[in-house]
Design a protein around this ligand. Structure first.
Ligand SMILES: [Zn+2]
Length: 271
């Protein structure tokens, strides 16, 4: 029998992160959201060489044996059923992460003022700045095609958003996050225009830490507001997170900026 192709590390990382090591069948059937640290990754179509994210699912040991059992054994759960539970689980995990990071009893700045930012020669193209009415928080965003600052460094290595947050009295946070594919880039712009479930962009994840989120930008809609969390995590697990809200106009201006600078090459029509 041919040897199984190993699941690429990036795919494994993404799957473990999205599932938060929860089992989607435990979640879907029993609303059990507990972490299953010793689960396994199953191939839904039973082709062990198909290591696409859509074909993989993280399951507890019991459910793994029912889904990825020996050939010839008839499947207990339908593919569509498992995928629905998986979709529900991923959405729930995201919601839990966001709720856990949203502050209670704190006035969160509402970004409503939009400024264009001139290019910084040798460092950055033009950007966009979002500011709250009290001018407590300045969020500057620059589109880049490289993780690195400066001239002569490799470009076109992705679609990065460099975000600088300046807070009063004096604190600066700088977070690079990336759209890992065109789907994410389109999703972000679509969300900024039309709202909906939300969209996340992540930076590089820490090595050897499947449970860490890495740096991230979460954007979602709740109570009719656009909410945003920007967060950095150090290898020590110390971190800093910033929360803000956006007016629909500010969100629309950000979408315009992202389209104009080429963050989305083929903007999807809304509707
Ligand atoms: Zn399970």
């Amino acid at each position: 029998m041919a040897k199984r192709k190993p699941i690429p590390k990036e795919v494994q990382d993404e799957l473990l992160f999205q599932s938060g090591r929860r089992c989607c069948l435990c979640y879907g059937l029993k609303h059990d959201l507990s972490v299953k640290p010793y689960g396994q990754i199953a191939h839904l179509n039973r082709n062990p060489d198909d290591n696409t994210l859509d074909n993989l699912v993280y399951l507890c040991v019991d459910h793994y044996s029912q889904v990825d059992g020996r050939e010839g054994q008839s499947p207990v759960y339908t593919l569509g059923e498992i995928k629905r539970y998986r979709r529900g689980l991923y959405a729930e995990i995201e919601a839990v992460r966001r709720r856990g990071a949203w502050p209670t009893g704190v006035e969160v700045p509402y970004l409503s003022i939009v400024h264009p930012l001139e290019p910084v020669p040798g460092l950055a193209g033009r950007g966009i700045q979002l500011v709250d009415a009290d001018q407590q928080l300045y969020l500057s965003l620059y589109f880049r095609t490289s993780l690195y600052h400066g001239m002569g460094l490799p470009q076109n290595a992705g679609k990065w958003l460099y975000i600088e947050a300046h807070m009063r009295p004096a604190l600066m946070l700088r977070v690079p996050v990336r759209a890992w594919n065109d789907h994410e880039a389109d999703g972000l712009v679509h969300f900024l225009r039309a709202g909906g479930a939300g969209q996340d962009l992540h930076g590089e994840r820490l090595n050897n830490d499947d449970l860490s989120t890495g740096d991230y930008l979460y954007l979602w809609q709740e109570d009719g507001e656009f909410r945003l969390i920007l967060s950095v995590f150090a290898p020590s697990q110390a971190g800093i997170a910033l929360q803000a809200r956006l007016t629909a106009e500010a969100a629309g201006a950000l979408a315009d900026y992202l389209e104009e600078v080429g963050f989305v090459e083929h903007a999807q029509p809304i509707g």
